[in-house]
Design a protein around this ligand. Structure first.
Ligand SMILES: Nc1ncnc2c1ncn2[C@@H]1O[C@H](COP(=O)(O)OP(=O)(O)O)[C@@H](O)[C@H]1O
Ligand SMILES: [Mg+2]
Length: 145
C-alpha cells in the first residue's frame, strides 16, 4: 500500500492510525528511508496515539529509547544508523528487547542483519515533492487475525 503524506501532520496522523489499528503486542516494525525521510516522525505519531506527549528523541547515539506505555507494554525505538559492529547489539542484550509485552520500531534494520527478528510490518518513507510517500507491508503471518 502506498499513500502520499503532504506534511508532518499527515505523517503523525497516519502513524497514529497504523499503531492503533494494526500494531499488536510483540510486534517488530522495520522503518526504511534515507536520513530525514520521516522515520522518527512516524514513531512519534505512534507514541502520540498512545497518549504519550513527551519528547521523542532520535536514538542515533544511544541506539535505543524506551517508552513505558500506559497499557503496560514497552515501546522500544531503535536507530541503528551509527552501529559500527553487530557485536554492539550482542553487548546490549538485543534479544531481551523482543518480548510478547514489547513493541519495537527499528530504523536502519539492515545494520543489525542477523541479530534482529523478522519484521511483522515494514514501513518505507520516500520524499516526493514537499511531502513523502509511505509504503506499508505487513508480514502475511500476522494479517490472518
Ligand atoms: N509527510 C511529510 N511531508 C513533509 N515533511 C515531513 C513529512 N513527514 C515528516 N516530515 C519532516 O521530515 C523530517 C523528518 O525527520 P525525521 O523524522 O527525524 O527523519 P528520519 O528519522 O527518517 O531521519 C522532519 O523535519 C519532519 O517534520
Ligand atoms: Mg530518525
Amino acid at each position: 500500500m502506498n499513500v502520499f503524506l503532504a506534511d508532518e501532520a499527515e505523517t503523525l496522523a497516519f502513524a497514529g492510525r497504523f499503531f492503533a489499528e494494526r500494531v499488536r503486542p510483540g510486534w517488530v516494525v522495520y522503518l526504511h528511508g534515507q536520513l530525514g525521510a520521516g522515520k522518527t516522525t512516524f514513531v512519534r505519531g505512534c507514541l502520540r496515539a498512545t497518549g504519550y506527549q513527551g519528547i521523542v528523541k532520535s536514538p542515533t547515539y544511544t541506539l535505543v529509547e524506551e517508552y513505558r506505555l500506559d497499557n503496560g507494554l514497552t515501546l522500544y525505538h531503535f536507530d541503528l544508523y551509527r552501529l559500527n559492529d553487530s557485536s554492539e547489539l550482542e553487548w546490549m542484550g538485543i534479544r531481551d528487547y523482543f518480548r510478547p509485552d514489547s513493541i519495537a520500531f527499528i530504523e536502519w534494520p539492515e545494520r543489525g542483519a542477523g541479530l534482529l527478528p523478522a519484521p511483522d510490518a515494514e514501513v518505507a518513507l520516500k520524499p516526493q515533492g514537499q511531502g513523502r510517500v509511505i509504503g506499508l507491508t505487513e508480514a502475511s503471518s500476522t494479517t490472518a487475525d
